[in-house]
Design a protein around this ligand. Sequence first.
Ligand SMILES: [Zn+2]
Length: 88
Amino acid sequence: MKPPSLLLEHNMNDHTMLATLTCPNLACQHQQPMLMPSTYCQLSYTCEACQATFFRRPGDCCIFCSYADKPCPPKQAEDRCDPDVRHR
Ligand SMILES: [Zn+2]
């Protein structure tokens, strides 16, 4: 009996839940991998390097749309994101 493949399990999900946030602090710019929540908007995060807390940019729905290398899961799925509507 073969052990279940972790890769296969990950491929079952079309949307990548792991994003890399880049600290908007120009003196820091620390890259921080973070798992994206699919059930709610994450509006702020604290950089683990410089300990500064950042909030989403105006017009963006969450910190991932503002600072990460990929948009948040709802945006990946529907290609749109309403900043005033909470993710379901
Ligand atoms: Zn930082």
